[in-house]
Ligand binder design. Structure first.
Ligand code: C2E
Ligand code: CA
Ligand code: CA
Ligand code: CA
Length: 283
């Protein structure tokens, strides 16, 4: 096997070779990061369009290097997915999100479903049996109601009709854990997939939000279609990557429910998020 490995290496261009060693570096260090507690969750607030009321947050993973610098998930999540490290990493994210949600509950008297924390799940995690049980155990261990957590999955998961995925969806739904489809409109799913899985929310991808221009009705064609589809299936919509007041106003006019983006709040470390929640509660 070693010989074969060496043989393939010979055909690598210097560029491919560099990428392969980058990958190996990342994999080894990511293993260490997990063991040493170098991962951290940032929280980005989500708001209701009406009244700009804080309604929840998305947890986004960051890797804090020993020197204090942050590595963004785009640089290590794909490698974690390829190497299988996404499973222990995903377990850590679930546990940490529940721990933080419970901690947040101490700061405010949260009712069920108030200020839920959304986490991102890779398709690999959805395909692993026992997801619903792990989620249930984690919620119970932290004394959280099911409404405290939301799960974001991408469209590709909807096209997987394996029993494992179908059962996990059904069990999570029965438990009362909300499910969102992330980056909606960028994949190839169709209405029929959405009907089959009955998710709670569609997240309108940033690429469609950045096209929005006031006074140009065509610019909102995709966002409008997604919002209309969501409404007819009784789902909520969350627009992501909202950076300008103009985009906010367009989305409000189209009837979008929730807004997430730099305009109203960037992803921030937990302590900052707690302060942010407190400040919101006062207004
Ligand atoms: P995503 O789930 O689509 O998350 C939204 C991304 O958009 C985040 O990037 C967020 O920081 C960024 N963002 C939010 N508002 C704005 C805005 O107004 N403008 C712009 N330009 N960007 C905005 P981030 O944190 O770098 O995460 C990138 C991706 O990494 C995520 O995309 C998600 O697919 C993945 N990811 C992050 N955390 C996790 C995790 O815990 N597990 C898994 N499996 N994937 C994760
Ligand atoms: Ca997401
Ligand atoms: Ca997204
Ligand atoms: Ca995205």
């Amino acid at each position: 096997a070693k010989e074969a490995g060496r043989a393939t290496y010979r055909f690598f261009t210097p560029e491919l070779n560099r990428r392969a060693s980058d990958r190996m570096w990342t994999e080894n260090n990511l293993r260490r990061a997990l063991a040493n507690g170098e991962l951290e969750l940032f929280f980005q607030p989500q708001f209701a369009v009406g009244g700009r009321r804080l309604v929840g947050a998305e947890a986004l993973v960051r890797w804090r290097q020993p020197d204090g610098s942050l590595v963004m998930p785009g640089q290590f999540i794909p490698i974690a997915e390829e190497t299988g490290l996404i499973l222990p990493l995903g377990d850590w994210v679930l546990e940490e999100a529940c721990r933080r949600a419970a901690e947040l509950g101490l700061h405010r008297n949260l009712k069920d479903g108030e200020l839920p924390i959304a986490i991102n799940l890779s398709a690999v995690q959805m395909r692993r049996p026992g997801l619903a049980e792990r989620v249930a155990e984690c919620l119970a261990a932290h004394g959280l109601p099911p409404g405290a957590l939301e799960l974001e999955v991408t469209e590709s998961v909807l096209m997987d009709d394996s029993d494992t995925v179908t059962d996990s969806f059904a069990q999570l739904r029965a438990m009362g854990v909300a499910l969102s489809i992330d980056d909606f409109g960028t994949g190839y799913s169709s209405l029929s997939y959405l009907k089959r899985f009955r998710v709670d929310k569609l997240k309108i991808d940033r690429s469609f939000v950045s096209e929005l221009r006031g006074g140009d009705p065509d610019s909102g064609a995709i966002a409008e279609a997604v919002i209309g589809m969501a409404r007819s299936l009784r789902m909520q919509t969350v627009a992501e990557g909202v950076e300008t007041e103009e985009q906010f106003q367009c989305l409000a006019a189209l009837g979008c429910d929730h807004i997430q983006g730099y305009l109203l709040g960037r992803p921030m470390p937990f302590d900052e998020f707690v302060a942010f929640v407190r400040a919101q509660a006062r207004v």
